[in-house]
Design a protein around this ligand. Structure first.
Ligand code: BJ8
Length: 424
């Protein structure tokens, strides 16, 4: 394995504390992932990425910077990566999914902030994540109150551009998002020194659409009963998609999909026929947050779909590729991104329709609607989600979860009881 200590030191990281993180991650990954049986061979790539998570990709990003390129760190699936790639930049996800970063986040944020925000801020100020050190600019968005305030804190330390998200989905809101994308293009052009032309944007739209199509192929395989891939493995693929080079991401996901399609033909499955099929909806699960999937699957059920930003919301809906002018392309981008059904919108009925549609497509036995502690948006929307699912005759369990492990046993008990109830 390559020694990256010099690279981390050059990035100004806290090496001592980073060593502590490097010591816990492989253990958690081994317990959660490598203990699974009969995994697809295509998962070897994703295992490798995790084993070098703070090495290989950060080194590629630094190489890009050495060649004059810029790196943009993003926290939300509303940020149009297409713009960044069209300007010759690289966009990389920055959401924090580990409790390890939370205490540093709590130094500057109220404890009653959602763990995803605390971990993201903590990863920056604690200097224990290379991605957060490498990014030349962070791109935030006004989705929830916690994030809005977090950008102000991060902006004291690193350039931050904030995209002002509409809160509704009327025609004037889509037009407003178009303006935000136009403004984002200017910011990216200034940062990179490169112009976003219609030709470059068309290439980037294709690149990102190909990535979405590849991820969708893997998810389509999960509709088979029994499923040829565990929910944990599918989640890992999606989590890594936020960081990886988009062309390589598409290539590896397509390879995995080829294998899964063959497995379906050959009747190879990772769960026995009859295992309960669960859809998890709710807040995103940033790497290395695998807790809920691990609990569900070690209780004997299969997670077959995630209605989440680390799930279907990330790849559903393509950008129209037929536009040839910048104006047309910007409109197409605005339309596609505004199809995301995040709980930050009011009203947000589309999300409930999505969940019910996905339950049918993935032949789901029950839904776990999970929200991260202190996420008021998803917590409040949970009431409508549960009511709609009950009306549709789909069993649902609403849960609140955190990054800490202390609630794991309680969750296991509740999930175990829910699965037992499904078995009746
Ligand atoms: S599009 S879900 S990635 S905003 S969980 S930080 S909402 S308090 S992450 Fe999100 Fe974009 Fe929406 Fe998806 Fe706030 Fe809630 Fe925390 Fe959240």
């Amino acid at each position: 394995m390559t020694d990256y200590r010099q690279m981390w030191s050059d990035l100004g990281m806290d090496l001592e504390n980073h060593d502590n993180l490097c010591a816990v991650l492989p253990v958690a990954f081994g317990d959660t992932y490598l203990s699974q049986e009969n995994r697809p061979e295509g998962m070897a790539f994703y295992d490798f990425v995790v084993s070098e998570i703070h090495g290989v990709r950060p080194a590629e990003l630094i190489e890009h910077q050495k060649n004059g390129g810029k790196v943009f760190g993003t926290f939300c699936i509303f940020v149009p990566d297409e713009v960044v790639f069209a300007a010759g930049g690289i966009a990389t996800g920055l959401c924090g999914g580990s409790q390890f970063w939370v205490p540093d986040g709590e130094k500057v944020l109220p404890k009653s902030t959602c763990p995803l925000i605390k971990a993201s801020v903590g990863a920056r100020i604690g200097r224990t994540c290379p991605f957060f050190r490498i990014a030349d600019m962070y791109v935030g968005e006004t989705t929830c109150d916690g994030k809005k305030k977090a950008w102000e804190i991060l902006a004291e330390d690193v350039p931050v551009h904030v995209m002002d998200m509409p809160q509704m989905k009327r025609p004037q809101d889509i037009a407003k998002w178009e303006d935000e994308i136009r403004n984002f293009i200017k910011v990216v052009e200034e940062q990179t020194g490169n112009q976003v032309t219609a030709e470059k944007l068309a290439e980037a739209i294709k690149l990102l659409n190909n990535k979405r199509k590849a991820l969708a192929r893997v998810y389509a395989c999960r509709k088979a009963d029994p499923t040829p891939i565990s929910g944990k493995d599918a989640l890992l693929m999606t989590q890594i998609a936020f960081y990886d080079d988009p062309a390589r991401c598409a290539e590896m996901a397509n390879k995995l999909a080829d294998e899964l399609e063959q497995r379906i033909q050959d009747g190879v499955a990772v769960f026995p026929k009859g295992a309960k099929r669960i859809l998890i909806s709710g807040t995103p699960m940033a790497i290395p947050n695998w807790k809920l999937h691990h609990i569900v699957e070690t209780c004997g059920a299969a997670v077959v779909c995630e209605e989440a930003c680390t799930g279907t919301r990330y790849f559903e809906n393509l950008v129209d590729e037929s536009q040839t002018t910048l104006d047309g392309q910007i409109h197409a981008l605005a339309e596609r991104y505004m199809k995301n059904n995040c709980a930050c919108f009011t009203p947000n009925k589309g999300r409930i329709e999505d969940i019910i549609r996905l339950c049918k497509e993935y032949k789901v036995d029950g839904v776990i609607d999970a929200n991260l502690k202190f996420c008021t948006l998803y917590d409040t929307e949970g009431r409508d989600v549960e009511r709609a699912l009950k009306e549709a005759g789909i069993p649902v369990l609403g849960l609140e979860t955190d990054y800490v492990d202390t609630d794991a046993e309680q969750l296991r008990t509740r999930i175990g009881a829910f699965l037992e109830m499904l078995g009746e």
